[in-house]
Design a protein around this ligand. Sequence first.
Ligand code: THU
Length: 125
Amino acid sequence: MEINKIKLVEKAIDAQSKAICPYSNYPVGAALLTKNKDIIIGFNIESKAYPTTLCAERVAIFSALSQGYDNFIAMAVATVDGGTPCGSCRQIIVEFAGDIPILVADSKQNYFETNSLELLPKPFA
Ligand code: THU
């Protein structure tokens, strides 16, 4: 299926602008594309009890799953510096989305493409 990568990256950047990250000041946005071309977004949400913070990627996947979506074909992630998903998010991406393309964008809206299994080659399955 044709994936509109620019649109997905733009959605992740838009989500990034909504991040709740008063402690780190490191906003992250994620946009998850479903097989039916719906886009579910997520952003990092930080708590006063910092370890309970949730990353943008997991917010997007858990939000999508809780809304009944279960077939994901791509994800875009937007960070300031092109930072890639953390280990916990890599596990959740592989586990619930499989080996999908991951587009990682920076604040200049440049992005590079990787995929779930390149980020986490030997996931716990
Ligand atoms: N963060 C994400 O949202 N995704 C990642 O994959 C790595 C880190 C968030 C968590 C925290 O709110 C901030 O970035 C700094 O670690």
